[in-house]
Design a protein around this ligand. Structure first.
Ligand code: ZN
Ligand code: ZN
Length: 346
């Protein structure tokens, strides 16, 4: 049985500024970025902060006109997928804050505060998109999906169990489990939803919404990188949990999540032109392998080291500092209104 962690005091001058452990250690609460237990966390901080954006910067005027002209299947999938995304970003705002309450490293608290803020903007962006394209009744229905849709409830079952167990019983083991699910969430659970919007965009539909989705996607990839590092460092500090039993648990969660994500993608994308469900399943497996490697584990899907969904690479795989992604190229023309006054050039 893993010991339950105490909520950390806010300021304790008797403790050192450099924390003695990520969880269950000692720290004064004073944060000096130049004297960290894990100096590379500063790079995560800078990369995550650099992504700042607000939903209201994205121009929805073309999407408002296009939404009524989507097929019934596309509109239904659109509303269901926004419903799904809201079930991820709402709780994610909270879990980021809660993990930080139990961390004894002030750099982790600070990075988690930025992540929580970004999750809160993601969640807000769904309300912003829906209020642009549809009436209040449909907006509310979309947000009910996570409470009422059987397939989505089943799909979210384990994440709910693991997050709620951490909230009730915040031990080191449950922190590790919550970070595994955060990594699944950031690196896998969003991606059939993202694929739906990128598929619309490549058919010149709902490009405003897809631009926003691409900003969310970019954030989630950075969050996933930090969470994986946090997981590895926490496990290294607590080697008694680095057991075959725990590693098997992680692999089992990944296998289960891939199954659930595949069932969901068939359910929600089955009627959508342009999305090949076999390719989608391969893409989900590819994402699982990628996140497992970030966690310091091995691939579980042998033939999925490369992304089998070729067309999506133009949208997702180019998010880094050196390349310009698809929407950034387009955004100067018609997406981010702040670009119109040259704000981004400053
Ligand atoms: Zn998010
Ligand atoms: Zn995130």
């Amino acid at each position: 049985m893993s010991t339950v962690l105490d909520k950390v005091v806010i300021l304790e001058p008797m403790n050192p500024n450099k924390s003695t452990a990520l969880f269950g250690g000692k720290a004064s609460g004073i944060l000096n970025w130049n004297d960290l237990a894990y100096p590379h966390f500063y790079n995560h901080r800078e990369q995550i902060r650099a992504l700042f954006w607000r939903a209201s910067e994205v121009d929805m005027s073309a999407d408002i006109k296009q939404f009524p002209n989507l097929s019934n299947e596309e509109r239904n999938a659109f509303l269901k997928i926004i419903g799904l995304l809201a079930t991820l970003d709402g709780p994610q705002t909270d879990i980021a804050a809660r993990i930080s309450h139990y961390s004894t490293d002030p750099s982790v608290k600070s990075i988690m505060a930025t992540i929580a803020d970004q999750e809160s903007e993601h969640n807000h962006s769904y309300a912003y998109v829906l209020s642009s394209v549809t009436n209040l009744i449909e907006q509310n229905e979309s947000f009910e999906t996570g409470r009422k849709d059987e397939i989505l409830l089943k799909r979210n079952e384990r994440i709910m169990e693991v997050y709620n167990e951490f909230a009730a019983n915040p031990s080191i083991l449950n922190v590790l489990k919550a970070t595994v699910y955060t990594s699944l969430l950031e690196g896998l659970f969003f991606y059939s939803g993202f694929a739906f919007f990128y598929n619309l965009a490549r058919n010149q539909k709902m490009v405003g919404t897809s631009t926003m989705i691409s900003y969310i996607n970019r954030d989630e990839l950075q969050h996933g990188r930090f969470i994986s590092d946090l997981f590895r460092a926490t496990l290294a500090e607590n080697p008694e949990y680095n057991t075959k039993e725990f590693t098997d648990w992680v692999y089992d969660q990944f296998r289960h999540s891939v199954e659930q994500e595949t069932i969901w993608s068939r359910y929600v994308l089955g009627e959508i032109d342009g999305i090949d469900l076999v390719e989608m399943e391969g893409y989900i497996k590819y994402r699982a392998n990628k996140m497992l490697r970030l966690l310091g584990l091995s691939d579980i899907y042998e033939d999925y080291t490369d992304n089998p969904m070729k067309w999506i690479r133009a949208y997702v795989d180019n998010f880094d500092d050196t390349k310009t992604d698809f929407f950034e190229q387009k955004s100067r023309q018609y997406t981010k209104t702040s670009d119109l006054n040259g704000f981004d050039e400053l």
